[in-house]
Design a protein around this ligand. Structure first.
Ligand code: C2E
Ligand code: CA
Ligand code: CA
Length: 648
């Protein structure tokens, strides 16, 4: 233990009494014993109150003093002394003394003097000292007689030279406290001050560590524990569940359309929405259940007990609760929340996989089924495959791994080839041919549509140009996605391609799905008008599957509609489909549009379409999509057979 306080500062204010040698030695021994015990306590103590209590106990039990007490200086109006700890004397009694360290009549006691002067006040005889003569001190004098402590000494306690209190000791002998003993006790008080300072520093450290830990484990926006916290908690909860052989459930909640809300209403509103949802959820969860925020707009709820049924009931309850609109920036916002559920031990046995699987289940939750879903296995593998595919697709586009296929189109009345639809293909080095619909959807999610469209456009223009040079002018239609319609660069790029590959403007056509047009009708109209101005024919793809209104359609500068294959394929068996196909052809013609049927798989369909006056057909009956470079050969052989047929 290092001695900090300057012992000279604590010089006794009274003159040490003269003492017989054996008695003096006894007192010194007593002080030494106390000092060494006190130092041991200093090392062990973990809190200030504990240290003070232990200190007073040691002083009385080991040091043989009759009483020990510690008072702290208050910086209030009365400069009062707050009694922190005492042994050998009743604290209630001390409290009746109205102790003070002010330079007043009541403040001239040992403790008061030590605090005020910063020097030890030695050998104060309670029974004869005038400072203790007043009526206020009568109970103390009575106690001194009863408990046998006539002499009191007080030692200031300080930190960095600043006095914050005093240690008082009471001894039986009226003339106790010899000089050697006093200097040992001065050391003791200095050590005590040092110990207290140390504990306070340690405490402050602990507090700031707790704040840091809180920051690491809690989300500042909602005040909820975060993902790190959840994973640690899950670890513990899984161990308990395993021991008790009971299941536990994890619910993963995601706020839908959160990006949109942020974009439209601003980030502050997004934050408000999350805080409000967090509050609502917190109010409803049970005491043993833990709600955490695990992602930007994602929460997770741990149900430490209860199996599948309970988890489903909870999901249903939360779903209903979150269904009510939330007031955000004065607006009523409908936050759709989807919930995925995964169970220990059925679906996963580690925190990480449990969270991942609840997340995978969430992706399967559909609003019409209540907005929640239980993990069913395989979802995560599918998601993992999708994720890795996204990365691969990026590379495939960049490294030219895509292929251009063409599917021929025939004029129904003449059976002549009029052109083809450009369809992209991707052969993955590991998974082989990937379904086009799958990777187009992936590209849409991964923000890869523009590079993909650019690739297809480039390949289609090049192909068209090759045919043109070989004397074959065939229409080639390129599919555009909703995202392309919002791409301000699209038109310029196409213009650039027309100048790189000089071909007749009408040989390149564009197909746009009804739903893509409806996503943002205003910008769709603008893009369509610009495309049209380049001289290209425009098709509305998948017609009949969206909800475009007739009046809207009339405004669009389109040339043709493609009846969706979902109506064409079953039309020979389903009366309803036949009626839809029939009325679509009529509608199209009434609007002055050409009508194309896709998905023509049978001769019966062909004949029916012909009788209904449909203009163009495309489908497996004629040809499946074929590699673009084979198209010219296919076209030639078709034309030869047709000529032969017509001549017979
Ligand atoms: P879509 O534009 O409706 O293309 C027609 C789809 O029907 C093609 O599927 C084609 O292979 C298929 N099909 C053709 N004839 C028949 C038939 O007789 N019966 C049946 N059951 N199916 C037939 P594919 O090539 O898998 O393309 C799927 C979708 O992917 C396309 O639907 C289109 O929306 C999109 N897509 C394809 N290529 C591109 C592209 O280059 N860019 C964009 N943005 N989308 C593309
Ligand atoms: Ca198409
Ligand atoms: Ca289609």
């Amino acid at each position: 233990m290092a001695y900090h306080a300057d012992a000279s500062m604590n010089k006794p204010s009274g003159i040490p009494p003269v003492m017989e040698e054996p008695l003096r030695q006894g007192c010194v021994n007593r002080a030494l014993r106390t000092l060494s015990e006190v130092n041991r306590s200093l090392l062990r103590a973990t809190s200030e109150t504990e240290l003070l209590k232990e200190m007073c106990r040691v002083i009385v039990e080991h040091g043989g003093y009759r009483q020990a007490c510690v008072g702290y200086a208050q910086h209030d109006e009365n400069k009062s002394v707050q009694w922190m700890e005492c042994v050998g004397i009743d604290k209630d009694l001390l409290n009746t003394l109205h102790s003070t360290w002010a330079d007043t009549e009541l403040g001239r006691t040992g403790i008061g003097t030590a605090i005020r002067t910063g020097k030890a006040s030695i050998g104060r005889n309670i029974l004869t000292d005038p400072a203790y003569a007043g009526p206020n001190f009568a109970p103390l004098r009575g106690e001194a007689v009863k408990k046998g402590f006539a002499s009191i000494s007080a030692f200031p306690l300080s930190i960095d030279g600043e006095v914050f209190g005093a240690l008082g000791l009471g001894a039986a002998e009226p003339d106790a406290f010899h000089q050697d003993e006093v200097s040992l006790l001065n050391q003791l008080a200095a050590d005590l001050g040092y110990g207290i300072a140390n504990l306070r520093v340690r405490n402050r450290h602990r507090e700031s560590e707790a704040i840091i830990a809180r920051l690491a484990y809690y989300d500042t926006l909602t005040g909820l524990p975060n993902r790190t916290f959840l994973l640690e908690l899950l670890d513990a909860a899984i161990q308990v569940a395993r021991q008790l052989r009971q299941p536990l459930a994890l619910l993963h909640l995601e706020v839908g359309r959160f990006d949109e809300i942020n974009k439209v209403l601003g980030y502050k509103s997004g934050d408000e929405l999350l805080s409000e949802l967090g509050r609502r959820l917190t109010e409803t969860v049970k005491e043993n259940e833990t709600l955490t925020r695990v992602g930007e707009a994602e929460f997770a709820l741990l149900l430490p007990t209860g199996g599948a049924d309970y988890a489903l009931q909870t999901a249903q309850r939360l779903s209903a609760l979150l269904h009510h609109p939330v007031e955000v920036s004065g607006l009523s916002v409908d936050a759709s929340v989807t919930i995925g559920i995964a169970l220990f031990p059925d679906h996963a046995t580690t925190p990480d996989t449990l969270l991942r699987r609840a997340n995978a289940a969430m992706r399967n939750a559909k609003p019409i089924w209540g907005g929640y879903a239980m993990y069913t296995g395989g979802q995560e593998e599918r998601n993992t495959r999708q994720l890795s595919l996204m990365g691969d697709l990026r590379r495939a586009i960049a490294q030219n791994e895509l292929m251009l296929y063409c599917q021929p189109k025939l004029v129904i009345s003449s059976r002549k080839v009029c052109g083809a639809e450009a369809l992209v293909r991707w052969k993955h080095p590991v998974y082989g041919m990937i379904s086009t619909s799958e990777f187009i959807k992936l590209a849409e999610h991964a923000g890869l549509i523009s590079p993909l469209t650019n690739w297809v456009l480039e390949a289609s223009f090049r192909q068209s140009h090759d045919w043109h040079r070989m004397g074959l002018d065939r229409e080639l239609s390129v599919n555009l996605s909703a995202h392309d319609l919002r791409d301000p660069e699209l038109i310029n790029r196409i213009r650039g391609l027309f100048s790189t590959y000089p071909i007749p403007a009408e040989t390149i056509q564009f197909e746009l799905t009804e739903s893509a047009l409806m996503e943002d009708p205003a910008s769709a109209l603008e893009t369509l008008t610009q495309l049209k101005s380049l001289g290209s024919k425009l098709f509305i793809d998948d017609f009949g599957t969206g909800y475009s209104s007739l009046s809207y359609l009339q405004k669009l500068p389109v040339d043709a509609i493609k009846i969706d294959q979902s109506f064409v394929i079953p039309m020979t068996e389903s009366h309803d489909s036949a009626v839809i196909v029939h009325s679509t052809i009529e509608l199209g013609h009434n609007l002055g549009l050409e009508v194309v049927a896709e998905g023509v798989e049978s001769r019966a369909s062909w004949d029916l379409l012909a009788s209904l006056g449909c203009d163009i057909a495309q489908g497996y009956l004629i040809s499946a999509p074929i590699p673009a470079e084979q198209f010219k050969t296919w076209d030639a052989s078709w034309s030869t057979s047709l000529a032969k047929m017509n001549s017979t």
